[in-house]
Design a protein around this ligand. Structure first.
Ligand code: TYM
Length: 343
């Protein structure tokens, strides 16, 4: 049986990339899993603290994310949904693992290198404004490794931007197992499960991924956006002036991104979708993408509107999820403590 684990940060409403790159895929995994498979999905509040957060906004965002996970179709009876920050085992394991993780490995993380690059003085490269660089930002991937390893996860479904973090997780598990090999290797090396739509691009600049932090709101569509907003953002998406529609991510990233989105909405192969549009123009493609996104988001949006007011229910789901996650990870933490020499 598989243990499937994934996480999402409670930073605002998830966008189309998070939806197809994560949430919708979690629902599919839940649907297709064998009864013996275990599924765990975590709202990772501690990860969110690596960037400045308004406390009230963060508190609200945690609940919003929980409601959205339910709204897209994750069933709390089948899957364990919980707030990472309500299960202390994650931070305890993260500390133990950080004492085994060479800093060189963390320095090679793309996410860290990107942060470092933006903090460098434009005129003097050797000068770094480290007021923007907290230690949590640096050790973030170790906490992510702890999230995964605490449950003995065998499969981690994520988008492409998380691939390197998963490779590090395997590295860290391997170091732990070699350092504390007896009686048998303890930590499971998890497999990367790249989501079919592993990299949805910005609607405005298709050379970068769609992200929550991009300044231009027109570059993304959020799960709760109205049909009008969806239509206008898709209509305004950057494409190219080549005639006809073809799927060619290198030469036609914007056009190909729209095809990827359409294929994700209709759950088809992107080549099949592309073939259907071969003789059509961007106008026709955009109209159909907008309709398809609206059709995909309509149900979750309505369900979210209903659920967000159900405060006692949301609290209960979070409490029960955390209790299950605690119970589940206690076993692993106890054995980790024993092995490293902490009773
Ligand atoms: P986060 O919250 O940034 O993103 C959540 C999920 O969405 C995927 N994603 C995308 N997929 C396709 N196209 C995009 N443009 C796009 N943008 C985001 C991400 O790949 C991810 O799967 N560090 C993680 C959270 C985390 C985690 C974990 C994940 C913490 N612990 C343990 C898995 C296992 C993060 O910041 O994801």
């Amino acid at each position: 049986p598989r243990v499937i684990f994934s996480g999402i940060q409670p930073t605002g409403i998830p966008h189309l990339g998070n939806y197809f790159g994560a949430l919708a895929n979690w629902v599919k995994l839940q649907r297709d899993a064998s009864p013996k498979d275990e599924l765990l999905f975590s709202v990772v509040g501690w990860h969110a603290l690596t960037l400045p957060q308004d406390p009230r906004a963060l508190l609200a965002a945690r609940t919003t994310m929980m409601a959205l996970i339910l709204a897209v179709g994750i069933d709390p009876k089948r899957s364990t949904i919980f707030h990472q920050d309500q299960v202390q085992n994650h931070t305890e394991l993260a500390w133990i693992l950080s004492c085994l993780t060479p800093i060189g490995k963390l320095k090679r993380m793309t996410t860290w290198k990107t942060r470092l690059a933006v903090s460098r003085n434009a005129n003097d490269e050797s000068e770094v404004d480290d007021s923007l660089l907290n230690t949590g930002l640096f050790t973030y991937p170790v906490l992510q490794a702890a999230d995964i390893l605490a449950y003995g996860a065998t499969h981690v479904p994520v988008g492409e931007d998380q691939q390197q973090h998963l490779e590090l997780t395997r590295d860290i598990a391997d170091i732990f197992n070699r350092t504390y090999p007896k009686p048998a290797p303890l930590l499971t090396l998890p497999q990367l499960m790249l989501t079919p739509s592993k990299r949805i691009l910005s609607l405005k600049d298709p050379s970068v991924k769609m992200s929550k932090s991009a300044i231009d709101a027109n570059s993304r569509i959020e799960l709760t956006d109205t049909a009008t907003v969806i239509r206008s953002r898709i209509r305004g998406a950057t494409t190219d002036s080549i005639r006809g529609i073809t799927y060619d991510p290198a030469a036609r990233p914007g056009t190909s991104n729209l095809l990827t989105i359409l294929a994700a909405c209709t759950d088809e192969d992107v080549a099949v979708v592309a073939a259907r549009y071969a003789g059509k123009d961007h106008g026709a493609l955009k109209a159909d993408v907008a309709d398809a996104v609206e059709a995909a988001f309509k149900g979750p949006r309505a369900e979210f509107e209903r659920l967000r007011a159900e405060t006692p229910f949301l609290l209960r789901v979070a409490e029960e999820g955390a209790a299950r996650a605690r119970e589940r990870s206690d076993v692993m933490i106890r054995e980790v403590r024993r092995r490293v020499g902490l009773a």
